[in-house]
Design a binder for this molecule. Structure first.
Ligand SMILES: *Cc1c(COP(=O)(O)O)cnc(C)c1O
Length: 431
């Protein structure tokens, strides 16, 4: 039997022979920059598959489990297609994401769950017609609309209430969602009454209950606590004669951006899964998990070229051709991303600010970061950028968005061409 593939934290590593230069798997980043230009997002297909398999193989019981990749983390069609081929379902939050799944993997539409607090009538109709697995309903008004649309279309609509368990997840306040002060979900104390009332609707089918307490959560405990509360609700409902088939534990499992060498992806998934199973106990339900970041963040890097190195009175600025419009996480969440020179230069490390060309002081990738010296023309890689990187990019400052490349073995496939300036003007009208 082949020995199991080593679990890697990142696919990015320096070549072990010759002059050190950074690789993604078996492809040198230098060759990718030469071929496709910069800024460039580079992803490893092998690493994404490996992470997906970690989730698939984390079962501690025979419970039926569906892994629904959270499309918003990185919605590239090629990535959706590769995950669908591994058996993934999808967690979507808009009609646009539904169309992405349809385009990339129409056979997976039946494995789609639809989250989001503000679904429109058009989006609900799209989901009903696509016969998705379940709507995750976030308010009583939304449930009424879903019932009305299902009746109008004469198609059944399966739903799970997304409950808010009032559990504190230790994470950045912008990405915490499971406290009663947040806009997400329905207070868990109201859920029982709403499920009961929904029984009157012929076209509504109660399917399960869902919960999502936030993102970049690095301990298993809050997940276990949330699922315990959900499990109590499922038991109460069973006593009322409402039998739910499925519990959806949401996404949110975090990675270690700051000390990746101490990070153990397999142990992290396993502790997470164990906490959830413990919360469920012997409840006879299937399980849905919605990982986003954990599957794709560390598989990706933003490759960018240094334009200038500028010394002001107090600081040294390394100005790159990528900016906050390409990767907004540092600006938005003060997120830390490790930055590696593709071909390191020798010399003393110095504290620098790595910044983009966008006209905002918030346009930085790192501040006061010790780096080996870099010169104009050097390539650097902003690591752990596979999740919420390209997905949150914009055209701010009328900057075309980067191209994206997917590396598999020795092959690197362009999965999204670089935007042209003409692309940006296309929707605009002049008299
Ligand atoms: C964003 C989101 C996810 C994925 O979160 P990650 O932190 O990327 O794992 C899963 N489910 C829902 C409902 C979400 O909103």
């Amino acid at each position: 039997m082949a020995s199991p593939q080593a679990i890697t934290v990142r696919p990015f590593h320096y070549s072990s022979t010759g002059k050190p230069t950074l690789f993604c798997g078996q492809r040198s980043l230098e060759s990718l920059a030469r071929e496709h230009g910069t800024p460039l997002y580079v992803y490893s297909a092998d690493q994404i598959r490996q992470r997906f398999h970690l989730f698939q193989q984390s079962a501690t019981t025979s419970r039926q489990t569906l892994i629904c990749y959270a499309v918003k983390a990185n919605s590239a069609l090629a990535i959706l297609q590769l995950l669908a081929a591994e058996g993934a379902g999808f967690d979507i939050v808009s009609g646009g994401e539904l169309e992405r799944v349809r385009r990339a993997a129409p056979e997976a539409l039946g494995r789609v769950v639809f989250s989001g607090a503000g679904k429109t009538t058009e989006e609900i109709d799209l989901g009903i017609q696509a016969e998705i697995l379940a709507f995750h309903v976030e308010s009583e008004d939304e449930l009424s609309l879903l019932a009305a649309r299902a009746a109008r279309l004469r198609r059944p609509a399966r739903f799970s209430l997304r409950v808010n368990p009032d559990v504190f997840a230790q994470t950045h306040p912008y990405i915490s969602t499971g406290l009663s002060e947040h806009k997400f979900g329905i207070p868990i104390a109201q859920a029982r009454r709403i499920y009961r009332a929904a029984q009157a609707h012929r076209w509504l089918q109660p399917h399960g209950v869902s919960v999502h307490i936030g993102s970049q959560i690095c301990s298993a405990e809050p997940f276990g606590a949330a699922i315990q509360r959900v499990a109590r609700l499922v038991r109460q409902l069973a006593a009322d004669g409402i039998v739910l088939q499925s519990v959806d534990a949401g996404g949110g499992l975090g990675i270690d951006y700051e000390s990746p060498r101490a990070f153990d992806p397999a142990a992290t998934v396993s502790a997470y899964r164990q906490a959830i199973e413990q919360g469920l106990g012997n409840l006879p339900v299937s399980l849905v998990l919605e990982p986003g970041r954990f599957l794709v963040a560390q598989a990706g890097a933003l490759l960018t070229r240094v334009l200038y190195v500028k010394k002001n009175v107090r600081r040294t600025f390394v100005i790159t051709d990528a900016g906050m419009n390409d990767l907004i996480r540092p600006a938005l969440y003060e997120a830390y991303h490790e930055i590696l020179p593709v071909a390191p230069r020798t010399g003393r490390t110095l504290p620098v600010d790595v910044v983009g060309p966008v006209c905002e002081s918030g346009d930085f990738f790192a501040r006061n970061r010790r780096m080996p010296p870099v010169l104009p023309g050097d390539l650097v890689a902003v690591l752990d950028s596979g999740a919420y990187g390209m997905a949150q990019s914009s055209n701010y400052n009328t900057r075309p968005r980067p191209a994206e490349v997917l590396v598999q073995g020795r092959e690197a496939r362009l999965i999204r061409r670089r935007e042209s300036i003409a692309d940006l003007f296309a929707p605009e009208l002049l008299p």
